[in-house]
Design a protein around this ligand. Structure first.
Ligand code: CAA
Length: 401
């Protein structure tokens, strides 16, 4: 029996800042961003969006396509995020309610910087192995924020990916071998009192590639596939150039092709969506997977994909999956393209106005002006409670506290 990703969709904010509008503010040539970092745009959340609204929007089409028995089979929801909205309650519980899932379910939130989505996927596979009748809804959702004016600012972004993990998956069967690497390093972190990350940029690049080398060595020690037997590679993409650097590093340590063109061909399709969205932390590698599947020009069926998931701090994991026959019929490529094309370009002044998270601490009644055109929104923060609602066009009056 094969286990893996049966369905996948992503969501992002409905407005973006073009990095051509940020470069002059930083006093740099835009090529530093478009070529040096490999980023063109960053999605920017409206004040009434957060990881809950993004997560619910990503998962909605998956849940809507299930019949009653299929929905009831979702007995676990795992939500991975770096940018959670509560120290105690899982963001997934709000999402579970917004999606009207069965109460006969367990819901938890997982955290380890950008890596936690992969741990959610592995836990989901273990649960499905134990009971193949069950489906696990894995959601990775993040809003990536650095200080305004910092070197990390052009790599910001936001997005969520929802994946249905099942037996006999229609998209990608995940293979059992994993290479793991954990080491205590202060490359990127966010203390409880901060809404933006603290980062040692130079160290973070080295920590990422060291983690990749360590995870690859462990993957080999565990009996993983040879590099030559892996057809495409999907990396965590804090900015897409990082995947290019990582793939060159893997080629050096594992004896892969040294030719830059050959290397580029193995990752090119995975970079397209992230260039337009920016960093989405836990979601970014899985946005890369969506990008690969949606843009594949030749039939990828039967191809082995290598994944490297990295979370600063740090944990890295290298694993593989095999694309399933008929996968094309189950893609959401058109919806993904529409989502990105329909976003509104905002000015730098508007970006500055909305980028700070809404975070009142007084327990008062704070009603948020409707801004996002997304399927779900944060309507108010009232008496310390976040009040979410489904957008009127989709379903009037399903406010949830
Ligand atoms: N035309 C073309 N390229 C240009 C250019 C121009 N006019 N000007 C500069 N460049 C190139 C530089 O040569 C450089 O490329 P190389 O690294 O290939 O040499 C690239 O643009 C970036 O320039 P700098 O290194 O000078 O950029 P910086 O120091 O201002 O910032 C950064 C880069 C450190 C990555 C910063 O964006 C940052 O701190 N980002 C956040 C941290 C991060 O993403 N780390 C990644 C690993 S950690 C991780 O993966 C977890 C996570 O999600 C955060």
């Amino acid at each position: 029996m094969q286990l893996g990703i049966d369905d996948l969709a992503f969501a992002t904010a409905d407005r973006y800042l073009d990095l051509a509008d940020l470069a002059p503010v930083h006093g740099v040539d835009v090529a530093k961003y478009t070529v040096g970092l490999g980023q063109d745009r960053m999605s920017v959340c409206a004040p009434d969006e957060d990881v809950v609204t993004l997560a619910a929007a990503a998962a909605l089409p998956l849940v809507e396509d299930l019949d009653d028995a299929g929905r009831a089979a979702i007995r676990t929801v795992l939500l991975a995020t770096e940018s959670g909205i509560d120290q105690s309650k899982s963001a997934g519980v709000y999402v579970h309610r917004l999606l009207d899932l069965s109460p006969s379910a367990r819901v938890v939130e997982l955290k380890q910087a950008c890596y936690a989505g992969t741990s959610a996927l592995q836990m989901a596979l273990a649960l499905v192995a134990r009971n193949p009748e069950q489906k696990v809804l894995v959601i990775c959702s993040d809003v990536a924020r650095y200080d305004v004016g910092s070197s990390g600012e052009p790599t910001q972004g936001c997005g969520a990916v929802a994946m249905l993990v099942t037996a006999d998956p229609r998209l990608v069967a995940i293979e059992p071998v994993s290479g793991l690497h954990t080491t205590d390093v202060m490359d990127f972190w966010r203390p409880n009192y901060r809404s933006t990350a603290v980062v040692d940029g130079r160290l973070s690049l080295r920590a990422y590639t060291d983690s990749l080398a360590g995870a690859w060595q462990d993957y080999q020690a565990q009996g993983g596939a040879a590099l030559a037997d892996i057809d495409a590679f999907v990396y965590h993409q804090p900015f897409t150039k990082m995947a290019v650097k990582a793939h060159a590093h893997l080629a050096r340590v594992a004896g892969g092709p040294r030719d830059a063109e050959a290397q580029a061909a193995q990752i090119a399709d995975t970079l397209r969506y992230n260039r337009e969205i920016g960093n989405s932390y836990t979601a970014s590698m899985y946005v890369g997977l969506a990008s690969l599947l949606d843009h594949a020009t030749e039939d990828l069926a039967g191809s082995r994909i290598g994944f490297f998931s990295y979370g600063s701090g740090s944990v890295g994991e290298f694993f593989t999956g095999v694309v399933q026959p008929g996968f094309r019929q189950h893609l959401r490529a058109e919806a993904h393209r529409r989502l990105l094309d329909d976003r509104e370009r905002i000015s730098h002044a508007e970006y500055l106005r909305i980028v700070a998270p809404v975070n009142p601490v007084d327990g008062g009644d704070h009603v948020l002006e409707p801004t996002t055109r997304g399927s779900f929104r944060l309507a108010a923060i009232s008496g310390h409670q976040r009040v979410y609602e489904r957008a009127a066009a989709a379903d009037a009056g399903s406010a949830v506290a």
